[in-house]
Design a binder for this molecule. Structure first.
Ligand SMILES: NC(=O)c1ccc[n+]([C@@H]2O[C@H](COP(=O)([O-])OP(=O)(O)OC[C@H]3O[C@@H](n4cnc5c(N)ncnc54)[C@H](OP(=O)(O)O)[C@@H]3O)[C@@H](O)[C@H]2O)c1
Length: 252
C-alpha cells in the first residue's frame, strides 16, 4: 500500500515511516524538508499520487495562538482538496486526549479546528487522541517555569512513549477507518506534579515543582481528569519505571 506520512520527518512521523516500511508498505515521508508543504499546498498532488492512506502527524512550527490556528486550517483545507483529487480512502490524524476539553488554549483551538475539518472532509478517517509524549516532559516543565520553580496543577496525566504512539498510528492506519476517535495512552496514571518532579530530579535539574490548581496548561485550566483518556484506551508498553531507568538524554 502507498501511505503518505505528512510530517514524516518529525518525532512520531519518522518512527511511523520506519514501522510501515518494515511491514512492507511504500511509506513516503512528506514535509517541507522534502518539498511538501501543506500550508501552501506545494508538492501535495505529486506526493499523494497513487496513495490510499494519508497519515497527518505534522505540527505547527510556531505555538503562538494565531499561527497554530492558521497552520491547521490551511493544512486541512489543502490536504483534503488534494486527497479528494487523489482518491485517498483513509485519513489518519494524530491529536491529543482531551482536545475538546481544552478550548481555553490557543494551541488546542488549532487542534479543534483540525479535527472539525477532518470530520467535514468526506474522506473516511481515524482520529487518534494520544496523551502527552514522555519526550515532551521537558516542554511541559518549561511551560510551567517561573524563576526556579515549575508551577503546575496537580492533575492526573498518563504519558506515553513516542515508540508506542508510532506503533498505534501504524496499526490504525492499516485498519479500516473508524470515522471517530481512538484514544492511546501510557500504562501509568500519575499526578502531573509528581511526574515533572521525578523528571527534573532524574535530569539533575534544580528546579522545584509547586502544585497550584489555578495554574494553566498551555492557557487552559485543568480538572483532575482533563488530560487522561476514558475507559478502553489502547495502552502503550513502556512504563514510567522503564522510561526513567533508560537514558535520561532521551527525555530531553
Ligand atoms: N507533544 C505531545 O505530547 C503530543 C501529544 C499528543 C499528540 N501530539 C500531536 O502529535 C503530532 C506530531 O507531533 P511531533 O512531536 O511528532 O511533531 P514534530 O516532531 O515537531 O514534527 C513536526 C513535523 O511537522 C512537519 N511540518 C511542519 N510544517 C509543515 C508544513 N507546512 N507542511 C507539512 N509538514 C510540516 C515538520 O516537517 P519539517 O521537519 O520538514 O519541518 C515535521 O515533520 C502533532 O500534531 C501534535 O499535536 C503531540
Amino acid at each position: 500500500m502507498k501511505i503518505v506520512v505528512i510530517g514524516g520527518s518529525g518525532l512520531i512521523g519518522s518512527k511511523v515511516v520506519s514501522e510501515l516500511r518494515a511491514r512492507g508498505h511504500e511509506a513516503l515521508a512528506a514535509s517541507p524538508a522534502s518539498g511538501v508543504n501543506t500550508v501552501t499546498g506545494e508538492g501535495l498532488d505529486a506526493a499523494l499520487k497513487g496513495a490510499q492512506v494519508v497519515i497527518d502527524v505534522a505540527n505547527s512550527p510556531s505555538f503562538e495562538d494565531r499561527a497554530v490556528l492558521e497552520f491547521f486550517e490551511a493544512s486541512g483545507r489543502n490536504l483534503f482538496a488534494a486527497e479528494a483529487r487523489a482518491g485517498v480512502t483513509h485519513h489518519v490524524a494524530l491529536s491529543v486526549v482531551g482536545t475538546d476539553r481544552l478550548a481555553e488554549s490557543g494551541y488546542f483551538r488549532g487542534k479543534i479546528a483540525q479535527e472539525k475539518l477532518i470530520r467535514a472532509s468526506g474522506v473516511p478517517y481515524t482520529i487518534i487522541h494520544s496523551t502527552q509524549f514522555l519526550e515532551f516532559l521537558g516542554g511541559i516543565a518549561q511551560g510551567g517555569t517561573q524563576g526556579e520553580s515549575v508551577r503546575l496543577a496537580p492533575v492526573y496525566i498518563q504519558p506515553i512513549a513516542s515508540d508506542d504512539v508510532a506503533l498505534a498510528v501504524a496499526d490504525l492506519s492499516l485498519g479500516a477507518p473508524v470515522n471517530g476517535v481512538v484514544e492511546v495512552a501510557g500504562p501509568d496514571k500519575v499526578r502531573l506534579t509528581d511526574l515533572i518532579q521525578r523528571f527534573l530530579a532524574g535530569t539533575n535539574d534544580p528546579r522545584k515543582v509547586v502544585a497550584d490548581s489555578a495554574e494553566r496548561y498551555f492557557g487552559a485550566l485543568l480538572k483532575d481528569d482533563t488530560l487522561v483518556p476514558g475507559a478502553g484506551a489502547r495502552l502503550g508498553a513502556v512504563t514510567l519505571d522503564d522510561w526513567f531507568s533508560r537514558s535520561h538524554a532521551a527525555a530531553h
